[in-house]
Design a protein around this ligand. Structure first.
Ligand code: DAH
Length: 377
C-alpha cells in the first residue's frame, strides 16, 4: 500500500528536525545512513515504486525524488556548518602568539661556509656593495681569456682545471667548457651585462683539481669589483682594511699590501694581516684575543686575499673604455678566512657532513650576522 503524500511531508519534517539538532559529524552521518543509505527510510520508499502502476509511479516518483534531494541538501548544509564550527573552535584553541621569542633550533645549525658568506656580505653590503652571481659551469673565455690569462698560463693546465666535454660559443669564439676555477669570471659577466659604475660582491662555489689539508676540489670564494670614473688605489686600500678589521673584529688589526701579480689587475697586491705564532698557536692580531691591539704587537703576517686595480685590458675586453673608467677588484677564499677566524684546522672537514663537527663549529640557525652583533665570536 503506497504511503500517502501526507506521510512524505511528515517524514520530511521529522528528518529536518533530526538534522537541525545533529550536534557533530558522527550524528549527521548516522542520519544520512538511516535516511539515504542502502536500507534507509527514503531508499526503502523508492523500492516500493516498482509495484505501482505507471501513472501512480510518475507522481509518487517525482515526490520521492524531491524528498531525497531536499534531505541530501539539508544533510550537506548541516555537515558543512558542523565542520565550520569545529574549525572555528580549533582555530580559537590553537591560536599562535606571534610575540613569543623563537625557540632555539636544536635539530640544525648554520654551516661555517654559509655563516662566513653572510658575514662578508653584511660587512661589504654596509660599505655599499650589492650581490651578483654567475654560473658554476663557465667557459674558457670568461674564466681565463677575458681576464687576460694567457694561453700558456699554468692554471689552464688539465691538472688544475676541471674541463667538461665539448665546446660552446662565447663572445671570444668557440670556447672549452670548464667548472669555474675562481669567481673572477663574474666580473666579466657583470661588466658585459651593464654599464659602469659597478660595486658588486660575488660569493660562490669554485673548483680546482686539488685535495689536501688546505685544498678541496670544490671550495668557495668571494669576489669584489668596483668600477667608476675616479676610483683609485686609496679606495681599494681603505675598503679592504675596513673589511679585514670588521671581519676579524679587531679594530686595530695590522693590514699590509704586498706587491704581487695577477693577469687581471695592474698593479696587483696580496693583503696580509698581522698574527702571532707564540707557543706554536696561530692567533690573528696580537694574540690577546679580540682586545684593541697595538700595531706592532704581532710577530708574523698571514696572507688572506688578492687584489689590484682592474687591468685596462680586462675593461677593454668587456667593451668598457679604460680611458674613462677604472676600478679595483679582490678575491678571497671563504673557507680560508673561516678557518682563520674560527680556528678550524682542516679544510676537508667542511665537506664531511659530520654532525659532531657541525654542532661544534656551526652557528645558531636564527643568529643574524650584522656589523653591530654576531660578527665577532
Ligand atoms: N681570482 C684569484 C684567484 O682565484 C683571486 C683574485 C686575485 C681575484 C686578485 C681578484 C683579484 O679579483 O683582483 O686566485
Amino acid at each position: 500500500m503506497p504511503t500517502p503524500a501526507a506521510d512524505l511531508e511528515k517524514l520530511k519534517a521529522d528528518l529536518a528536525a533530526e538534522i537541525a539538532t545533529a550536534g557533530d559529524a558522527d550524528a549527521i552521518e548516522k542520519i544520512r545512513v538511516a535516511a539515504l543509505g542502502r536500507k534507509g527510510t527514503v531508499t526503502e520508499l523508492m523500492k516500493t515504486l516498482g509495484a505501482l502502476s505507471p501513472d501512480e509511479r510518475r507522481g509518487r516518483g517525482a515526490a520521492l525524488n524531491a524528498l531525497k534531494d531536499e534531505v541530501a541538501a539539508a544533510i550537506e548544509a548541516r555537515a558543512a556548518a558542523i565542520g565550520g564550527a569545529a574549525l572555528d573552535r580549533k582555530l580559537a584553541s590553537e591560536s599562535v602568539d606571534v610575540t613569543l621569542p623563537a625557540r632555539p633550533e636544536r635539530a640544525g645549525c648554520i654551516h661555517p661556509v654559509s655563516q662566513t658568506i653572510d658575514e662578508v656580505v653584511a660587512i661589504l653590503g654596509d660599505i655599499g656593495f650589492t650581490l651578483a652571481e654567475g654560473p658554476d659551469i663557465e667557459d674558457d673565455w670568461y674564466n681565463f681569456t677575458a681576464l687576460n690569462i694567457p694561453p700558456d698560463h699554468p692554471a689552464r693546465q688539465e691538472h688544475d682545471t676541471f674541463y667538461l666535454p665539448g665546446e660552446r660559443s662565447s663572445p671570444g669564439g668557440p670556447a672549452r667548457v670548464v667548472l669555474r676555477t675562481h669567481t673572477s669570471p663574474v666580473q666579466i659577466r657583470a661588466m658585459m651585462r651593464a654599464k659602469p659604475p659597478f660595486r658588486i660582491i660575488v660569493p660562490g662555489r669554485t673548483y680546482r683539481c686539488d685535495s689536501d689539508m688546505t685544498h678541496s676540489p670544490m671550495f668557495h670564494q668571494v669576489e669584489g669589483l668596483v668600477i667608476d670614473e675616479a676610483t683609485h688605489m686609496g679606495h681599494l686600500k681603505s675598503c679592504l682594511i675596513e673589511f679585514c678589521r670588521a671581519y676579524f673584529g679587531i679594530e686595530n688589526l695590522p693590514v699590509r699590501f704586498r706587491a704581487s701579480y695577477f693577469p687581471f689587475t695592474e698593479p696587483s697586491a696580496e693583503v696580509d694581516i698581522g698574527c702571532t705564532r707564540a707557543d706554536g698557536t696561530l692567533r690573528i692580531g696580537s694574540g690577546d684575543g679580540r682586545a684593541r691591539v697595538a700595531r706592532d704587537a704581532h710577530d708574523d703576517w698571514l696572507e688572506i686575499l688578492g687584489c689590484g686595480m682592474v687591468n685596462p685590458k680586462v675593461l677593454a675586453n668587456c667593451g668598457i673604455d679604460p680611458a674613462r673608467y677604472q676600478g679595483f677588484a679582490f678575491g678571497m677564499g671563504i673557507e680560508r678566512i673561516a678557518m682563520l677566524k674560527y680556528g678550524i684546522p682542516d679544510l676537508r672537514t667542511f665537506y664531511e657532513s659530520d654532525l659532531r663537527w657541525l654542532r661544534h663549529y656551526g652557528f645558531a640557525a636564527l643568529a643574524q650576522p650584522s656589523l653591530t652583533g654576531g660578527l665577532a665570536p
